[in-house]
Design a binder for this molecule. Structure first.
Ligand code: PGA
Length: 255
């Protein structure tokens, strides 16, 4: 199974000019790079999805950073899963901690989104992870368990393989500290166990479990390679194509 390198561009690239600059740089950095056994995916803001698609970057998948749980209708300001799919996206990040924090997303609404994403043929990248306080209180594993079980309610086994999980400790996002390799491994083992409980071993082999939170060229070894994760979800460093692709190269070279 290839490792998955996801770039979450968040609310950046403020104009078409900025977007084009980013894409040109990305293409330039990608040229001549031999990236084997890694899949690349970028999640730009909605308004840039079409522009990214038109850039036709080889072997680059696209995803959105969020979406609504209804397909169509009177939901002012929302984006439908079908819109994303029809624009040529295959992935959608769901339950990111910034959505939970600033937009009151909760396990229940995230579950609705995961269900419809799968139904519409989008692959959800479900983010879970504990706050600094929860970590202090030794609740990391409890939080992960609750978030995954709730988000994956009423999902059939047959669709399970399309799910991707990203373990993102909230205290490590946009920070300078990251969990230890052991802590990440422990989270992965637990996630795997929950998935097997929910769907059975045969249906969970293809579910990739990523790490996210201050991933960089310097932290990639400890956060992904040593901990045996199936890839990473990158925030800040995805805004710098050189760094993003360097991380991909390191992951590729390690396999
Ligand atoms: P970061 O963000 O890499 O800037 O810590 C990760 C994320 O929010 O997904």
């Amino acid at each position: 199974m290839n490792k998955l390198i996801v770039g979450n561009l968040k609310m950046n690239l403020l104009s078409i000019d900025e977007r084009e600059q980013y894409l040109n740089l990305f293409k330039r950095e990608l040229k001549g790079k031999k990236l084997e056994k890694v899949d690349l995916l970028l999640a730009p803001p909605f308004v840039h999805l079409e522009g990214f698609k038109k850039a036709k970057i080889k072997n680059l998948s696209l995803g959105a950073q969020n979406m609504f749980w209804e397909k169509k209708g009177s939901f002012t300001g929302e984006i439908s899963p079908s819109m994303l799919k029809n624009l040529g996206n295959d992935f959608v990040i769901l339950g990111h901690s910034e959505r939970r924090k600033y937009f009151q997303e909760n396990d229940q609404t995230i579950n609705l989104k995961v269900q419809i994403a799968l139904k519409e043929g989008l692959r959800p990248i479900l983010c879970v992870g504990e706050t600094g306080e929860e970590k202090e209180a030794n609740k990391t594993l409890t939080v992960i368990k609750r978030e995954i079980k709730n988000a994956l309610r009423n999902i059939s086994r047959a669709r399970a393989e399309n799910i991707i999980i990203a373990y993102e400790p909230i205290w490590a996002i946009g920070a300078i500290t990251t969990p230890t390799t052991n802590e990440i491994m422990e989270a992965k083992v637990l996630i795997k166990k929950i998935l097997v409980e929910l769907f059975g071993a045969n249906y969970t082999n293809k579910i990739r479990i990523l790490y996210g939170g201050s991933v960089s060229v310097t932290t990639i070894q400890a956060t992904c390679l040593d901990s045996g994760m199936d890839g990473v979800l990158i925030g800040r460093e995805s805004l710098r194509p050189y760094e993003f692709l360097k991380i991909a190269e390191l992951v590729s070279g390690s396999s």
